[in-house]
Design a binder for this molecule. Structure first.
Ligand code: ATP
Length: 266
């Protein structure tokens, strides 16, 4: 259980560098996240927001720096000039702490909604079918999809698929949830139903949550703290009111002006 009175960070990113070939995507990046904190990562396209989420999920390795999740190093084996997770067991243990929801829902197309949610607990955590289904139905209830438990993904709208993907990510009972532009592939009328689920999760659970989004008004309402990324670094951070209403840094001001000019609410 996250302990909000604890001063130990839930996530600690220290001097992380990530390169793709000659391109430095994260440049000596550092930040910490408190247990239970809701963080929004905003910034221009290509500034490294998705990359840091993928690194936290160990979907990418790093070239330097340290990452600790609940005090434990995520990467520590040097290989080919980079750092990778120590071994499969460690990787498995660390991954179980974190759930991620992606822009594209990536549901298993040949499995019904219920099986999509029960698969990981049964296969990777050894949960028996009955317990996995009971838990899955509770999660589907939470995201408003219990009535579609037997439906196939192709029968669902984008918003419904994304709500199932959220239930699936919650099925392993992660302590940290990462959301990567989860509404950007949705038709505008379906966005709100997914945001409502995330509002509920933020209000009703004490999970630590990191959100990458271009929905600035949602970021404002959702986050305890906002990090503004540019060129692989955090240029400015603070409470949503300070960042959105009164940004100090010129680059933040320019970014927000562009967002408003593009017709988005902040
Ligand atoms: N696997 C990869 N190989 C090469 N370059 C990559 C790879 N993944 C990301 N990049 C590059 O890294 C940079 C950062 O990408 P990233 O997706 O983290 O940015 P972002 O801030 O999330 O952008 P957006 O808001 O558009 O999603 C971009 O220039 C991108 O092209």
């Amino acid at each position: 259980m996250p302990d909000p009175t604890s001063s130990a960070p839930c996530i600690s990113v220290e001097g992380v560098t990530k390169r793709f070939g000659p391109l430095t995507v994260l440049n000596d990046l550092s930040f910490t996240v408190k247990p239970g904190e809701k963080l929004a990562l905003i910034g221009p396209s290509g500034s490294g927001k998705t990359t840091i989420l993928r690194i936290l999920m160990t979907l990418e390795e790093i070239n330097g720096g340290h990452i600790r999740i609940e005090g434990e190093q995520l990467f520590h084996m040097p290989r080919n000039g980079g750092l990778v997770a120590a071994d499969e067991r460690h990787l498995h243990k660390m991954r179980a702490k974190i759930g991620m929801v992606f822009q594209l829902f990536n549901l298993f197309p040949h499995k019904c909604v219920l099986d999509n949610v029960t698969l990981a607990p049964m296969l990777t955590a050894g949960v028996d079918r009955k317990s996995a289904e009971t838990r899955a139905m509770e999660l589907l209830e939470l995201v408003g999809m219990a009535g579609k438990a037997k439906a196939m993904p192709a029968q669902l709208s984008g918003g419904q698929k994304q709500r199932v993907a959220i239930a699936r990510a919650l099925a392993l009972q992660p302590r940290i949830m990462l959301f990567d532009e989860v509404t950007s592939a949705l038709d505008p009328e379906l966005v709100e139903e997914v945001l409502n689920v995330m509002r509920r999760l933020a209000a009703e659970t004490d999970m630590t949550m990191l959100l990458v989004t271009h929905e600035m008004s949602f970021a404002h309402d959702f986050a305890d703290r906002v990090l503004f990324f540019d060129q692989g670094r955090i240029v400015e951070e603070g409470p949503p009111d300070a960042i959105f209403r009164n940004p100090r840094e010129e680059r933040t001001q320019i970014f927000l002006k562009k967002i408003i000019a593009a017709g988005h609410r902040v």
